[in-house]
Design a protein around this ligand. Structure first.
Ligand code: FES
Length: 113
């Protein structure tokens, strides 16, 4: 599996691995890992984009402070990936903002001039 970032998993003592799906891609991770660790180790970035400028974001602080790790987990939007432990069969979607949303903002901005 390609890993574009220098995040390599250390040895794990976990005997239990689970399968979660990130953008429908099956990922095997040790039980007890967070969703953010799974995203980073799989190199599936960006994990979200901002709503205004569509800037790319990824998990950063890994302790629930920065909110850069927001994803959709089992249908629940704006879930903090760094504060959520993986569960077998969990489904994770990136929060990539719709270009249409940004287009609407642009139209409004032009209309206001
Ligand atoms: S990585 Fe900062 S809040 Fe999750």
């Amino acid at each position: 599996m390609p890993n574009a970032l220098p995040f390599n998993r250390l040895e794990t003592n976990s005997d239990t691995w689970v399968t979660l799906y990130i953008e429908d891609q099956a990922i095997q991770v040790p039980a007890g890992d967070t969703v953010a660790a799974a995203i980073l180790s799989a190199g599936l970035l960006p994990s979200r984009t901002t709503s205004i400028s569509s800037s790319q974001r990824a998990p950063y602080c890994l302790m629930g402070v920065c909110f850069e790790c927001l994803v959709t987990i089992d249908g629940k939007e704006n879930s903090q990936a760094c504060m959520t432990q993986v569960q077998d069969g969990m489904r994770v979607s990136k929060q990539i903002q719709s270009p249409d949303l940004n287009a609407a903002d642009t139209r409004e901005a032009k209309h206001d001039k």
